[in-house]
Design a protein around this ligand. Structure first.
Ligand code: FES
Length: 387
């Protein structure tokens, strides 16, 4: 056991086989964001977590992760463009040999910064839209950003980055799926991610407004397949359906502590971006521990690694290798127990919670009839909901 592991009281991985390295590093540089999306995946209590690692802290983290074997680095947020040192961090990641990816709303990505990011070696940009129409895009983000996003899409092309457009899909924009695909074709995107909302963080708060009906979902998939047939050679369309409509859970994060390492803005290391809400010991911080000790030795990263933690029905399930029990955060949110089977699974004793949400989604009409108004991500709302 290394001396630093002993010093910090970190436990050594009890399993005989050492997991592989954290191939995918997600650097959540900040929770600050000019948008107010009602489905934001940042923690609902983000406003209580204002601290941010400084440049030196991020550079140390990048070096340690790369030395351990990380190969891909995503810079996200919040809005990562709000960090004035983004170019410096990208340049460092690039020089270390990472494949670098920027996940942005587009706000702050002007000509000067695009040029600087290109020179820094940024490999790839994922630009988010909320809808194909100015009205819905601006309504859902509670900002006037539609025109700006179009300009940023132009810059991405001008600087010759491969462009991935990402549009989070839910009951308020799912019927525009054809227009969203056409927008992506017009903007010259190589890939379009039609990412149906998954119900974590702010999307849980607004679930009754966001969960589409089965009919909406089936129609959207049909339309998507039509476009795939017509334009498959120009545009790759990824359509991810909401977990709730599946009968088996996803192998979340490709397994806990298996491939993904998220670093929250304050330096807390997490196996996924919402894990901090789970009960149990606090996750370690990169300011106090090395990435190697965190990844291999911390209790948090070993908590749901592999299968030893499983209860029934997962423990004896012949499919448990395929999904590793699903998502720990979803199990906590829906069943109140992070070690339970993901309630999305139709073998879970808690599946009725998911079915109930789906039933409501079939009968609930659009916005005005839903009891609680749509709550936009906002620091004041964050503080109110965190009490
Ligand atoms: Fe946390 Fe799935 S999102 S384990």
């Amino acid at each position: 056991m290394s001396s630093s592991m002993l010093e910090h009281g970190l436990k050594q991985d009890p399993s005989a086989t050492r997991p592989g390295p954290p191939l995918w590093l997600l650097a959540e540089l900040t929770y600050r964001c000019p948008l107010h999306c009602a489905f934001c995946f940042n923690p609902v209590d983000f406003a209580t977590q204002e601290e941010e690692l400084d440049t030196e802290g991020w550079i140390r983290t990048l070096r340690q992760a790369r030395a351990l074997g990380s190969v891909q680095c995503g810079f996200s947020g919040g809005e990562p463009m709000l960090r004035g040192d983004l170019e410096e961090l990208v340049a460092e990641a690039h020089s270390l040999g990472f494949y670098t990816n920027l996940l942005t709303t587009g706000v702050g990505l002007n000509e000067t910064r695009a040029k600087a990011l290109k020179e820094a070696g940024l490999d790839h940009i994922q630009l988010s839209f909320q809808d194909s129409t100015r009205e819905m895009n601006d309504f859902l983000s509670n900002t006037r950003t539609f025109d700006l996003k179009n300009k940023v899409a132009g810059l991405i092309k001008e600087y010759d980055w491969p462009m991935v457009l990402n549009c989070v899909i839910h009951r308020m924009n799912i019927d525009h799926i054809d227009k969203i695909i056409e927008m992506a074709l017009e903007l010259g995107a190589e890939t379009l991610e039609l990412a149906n909302t998954q119900y974590y963080s702010w999307a849980v708060v607004n679930r009754d407004h966001l969960l589409p009906s089965r009919m909406q979902l089936e129609e959207a998939e049909r339309v998507t397949n039509e476009y795939r047939e017509r334009y498959g050679d120009r545009l790759q369309i990824v359509f991810v359906i909401p977990d709730y409509y599946e009968a088996r859970p996803k192998k979340c994060m490709n397994g806990w502590g298996n491939v993904f390492l998220t670093i929250a803005p304050d330096g807390t290391a997490l196996p996924c971006h919402t894990a901090r809400m789970l009960p149990g010991a606090a996750f370690p911080n990169v300011a106090d521990h090395s990435i190697e000790d965190i990844w291999y030795g911390s209790e948090g990263f070993n908590r749901y690694r592999g299968k030893d933690w499983m209860k029934e029905p997962c423990r004896s399930c012949p499919e448990s290798d395929d999904d590793l029990g699903g998502c720990r955060c979803q199990a906590f949110l829906l069943a109140g127990d992070p070690a339970a089977a993901d309630p999305v699974c139709d073998k879970s004793p808690d599946r009725h919670v998911v079915d109930h949400a789906i039933e409501k989604a079939q009968s609930t009409a659009m916005l005005p009839t839903v009891g609680q108004p749509l709550i936009f991500r906002d620091p004041k709302e964050s503080l109110r909901l965190s009490i």
